[in-house]
Design a protein around this ligand. Structure first.
Ligand code: ARG
Length: 459
C-alpha cells in the first residue's frame, strides 16, 4: 500500500530494495531530541501566529513529549516504511493525539526540518568537542607544570636538535588544542542560524515567524535565504574540517607517545590502565590506545572527504544525496570524542622518565648551537664562521667518540685558538634550556609563565 505521509498520488508501495536504500531511520533516530525540539518550537510558533489553534498546539506539545519519552525509553517500534525520524515521530504523534498531529507540518517541509535537526545536533557536538578538548588541555597542563624544567631532547627530522623542556613540549599541544577549540567555536558561531521556516525551498505563504522559532531553538536568528537554508551542509563540513585538524594533532601526539614509550626511548611509561599485553610475548606493554588514536584520523578525514564529495555538484535545492551527511558526521563525532577522552586518560596517567629524558637531552651534540652562539657573543665571531668552527668541533668529538663537553680545552683550541675555559659553561643541557628565554622559548621561566596564563584560561 502507498505511503501514508506522501502516498496520495501513489497506488503501489515501494519495492523492498527501494525502501532499503531510501530509509534513514536506522541512523537518523539519533536526531530524535533535536527533531522534537524543532517540532515543539514550530508548533508553538504556528499557534502564536494564529496558523493553528492553541488547543491543537497544546495537544501537539504534549504528544511530542510522550513520543520523546517513548523513544528515549527504548520502547518504540521504528518503521523503515516511514523512512526517517521525522515521519516516524509524526506518525506516532498521530496515534497519540489524533487529528491535531496533521497540522504540525503546516508551513514546514522535511527539508527545513532535517536541516534544523542536523544543525542542532552538530552544534551540540561543537560544544562537546570544546569540553573534551579543555579536559585534554588540563591533563597536558598538569604534565607541563610538573615538568617545567625537565630537560629532554628537542627533535627536528627526528634527529636530536636542541634541548627543550618537557613542559614546553606539553604546552605545544595545549596551544594546538586551543586553536582547535577556537575552530569549533568559530564553526559553531557561523552555523548558529536557523533554517526552520524555509519550508521545502521557497518559503511559505503562511504568516510564520522565523525569528520566534530561531530564538526558541537558541539560534542567533533565521538564515536569510530559504534556498540556501535547505541546500547547504557547509556547517557539517566545517565541523568535519575542525575535527580533521584536531585529529591530526591527536595523531601526532599519539605517534610521539608510541615512540616515547618504546624500549629504545623510554621517555614515558604508560600506566597499566592505558597499556595492553601480548598473548605470546609476556614482557610486552603495548601502547594500543595511542596507536588507535593515531589511526582514527582515517575515519574522520574519510568522513570529511565523503561529505565533501556528496555535496560537490549538487544543484540547489535539496537532493536526497544529502541524507548521506549523517552517518559520516555521526561516526566522525563519535570517533573524535572517544579519541579525545582516551588521550586525556593516557596523558593524565603517564609518567615521564626524567633520567632517560635528561640522558637523551645531552646526546647528538644537542648543545652545538649553544657553542656556536658562545663563539659569537664571547669571541665576536660572525655566526656563519662560528657555525663552521662548531661543525669542526663536532666532527672532532665524533672522531674521538665523545660528546662536546668531553673535549679538552686543548682539543678545542686546536680548532680555534681563541676558545676559553668558560665555554664549558654553555655546553650543559640545563644552561642551554635556561638561556632560551625569548618570548615563547623553552626556558623553564617562560614555561612557568605560559602555564600560569593557561591556568587562568582553563580554570
Ligand atoms: N531523511 C531525509 C534526510 O535525511 C529527510 C529529508 C527528506 N526530504 C525529502 N524531500 N525527501 O535528508
Amino acid at each position: 500500500t502507498a505511503n501514508t505521509m506522501w502516498g496520495g498520488r501513489f497506488s503501489a508501495g515501494p519495492d523492498a530494495i527501494m525502501e532499503a536504500i531510501n530509509a534513514s531511520i536506522s541512523f537518523d533516530q539519533r536526531l530524535v531530541a533535536q527533531d522534537i525540539a524543532g517540532s515543539r518550537a514550530h508548533a508553538a510558533m504556528l499557534a502564536a501566529t494564529g496558523i493553528i489553534s492553541d488547543s491543537d498546539a497544546e495537544a501537539i506539545r504534549k504528544g511530542l513529549l510522550t513520543v520523546l519519552s517513548e523513544i528515549e525509553g527504548g520502547d518504540f517500534a521504528f518503521s523503515a516504511a516511514l523512512e526517517d525520524i521525522h515521519m516516524n515521530v509524526e506518525a506516532r504523534l498521530k496515534e497519540v493525539v489524533g487529528e491535531a498531529a496533521g497540522r504540525l507540518h503546516t508551513a514546514r517541509s522535511r527539508n527545513d526540518q532535517v536541516a534544523v535537526d542536523f544543525r542542532l545536533w552538530v552544534r551540540d557536538q561543537c560544544d562537546a568537542a570544546d569540553s573534551a578538548l579543555a579536559a585534554l588541555q588540563r591533563a597536558l597542563l598538569d604534565q607541563a607544570e610538573a615538568g617545567a624544567d625537565w630537560v629532554m631532547p628537542g627533535f627536528t627530522h627526528l634527529q636530536v636538535a636542541q634541548p627543550v623542556t618537557w613542559g614546553h613540549h606539553m604546552l605545544a599541544y595545549v596551544d594546538m588544542l586551543g586553536r582547535d577549540r577556537s575552530r569549533f567555536a568559530d564553526a559553531r558561531r557561523r552555523m548558529n542560524l536557523s533554517p526552520l521556516g524555509a519550508a521545502a525551498l521557497a518559503g511559505t505563504s503562511f504568516p510564520i515567524d522565523r525569528h520566534m522559532t530561531a530564538q526558541a531553538l537558541g539560534f542567533d536568528g533565521p538564515m536569510t535565504n530559504s534556498l540556501d537554508a535547505v541546500s547547504d551542509r557547509d556547517f557539517a563540513l566545517e565541523f568535519l574540517g575542525a575535527a580533521t585538524i584536531c585529529a591530526v594533532h591527536l595523531s601526532r601526539l599519539a605517534e610521539e607517545l608510541v615512540i616515547w614509550s618504546s624500549a629504545q626511548f623510554r621517555f614515558v611509561k604508560m600506566s597499566d590502565r592505558w597499556s595492553t599485553g601480548s598473548s605470546i610475548m609476556p614482557q610486552k606493554r603495548n601502547p594500543d590506545a595511542a596507536e588507535l588514536i593515531r589511526a582514527k584520523i582515517g575515519r574522520i578525514f574519510g568522513a570529511n572527504v565523503a561529505l565533501t564529495l556528496v555535496m560537490k555538484g549538487l544543484p540547489l535545492a535539496y537532493s536526497k544525496d544529502m541524507q548521506e551527511d549523517k552517518e559520516q558526521v555521526f561516526d566522525a563525532a563519535d570517533t573524535l570524542m572517544l579519541a579525545l577522552a582516551a588521550m586525556a586518560g593516557m596523558v593524565g596517567d603517564m609518567t615521564a622518565n626524567t633520567d632517560a629524558l635528561r640522558a637523551a637531552a645531552g646526546t647528538g651534540f644537542s648543545t652545538a648551537t649553544d657553542l656556536a652562539d658562545w663563539l659569537v657573543s664571547a669571541l665576536g665571531l660572525p655566526f656563519r664562521e662560528a657555525h663552521h668552527v662548531t661543525g669542526s668541533l663536532v666532527a672532532l668529538a665524533e672522531a674521538q667518540g665523545c660528546d662536546l663537553p668531553d673535549l679538552t680545552l686543548a682539543q678545542m683550541r686546536s680548532v680555534h685558538a681563541g676558545i676559553r675555559a668558560d665555554v664549558f659553561d654553555v655546553l650543559g643541557v640545563d644552561n642551554s634550556v635556561a638561556s632560551r628565554t625569548s618570548f615563547g622559548g623553552t626556558a623553564p621561566v617562560r614555561v612557568r609563565e605560559a602555564v600560569g596564563v593557561w591556568r587562568k584560561v582553563l580554570g
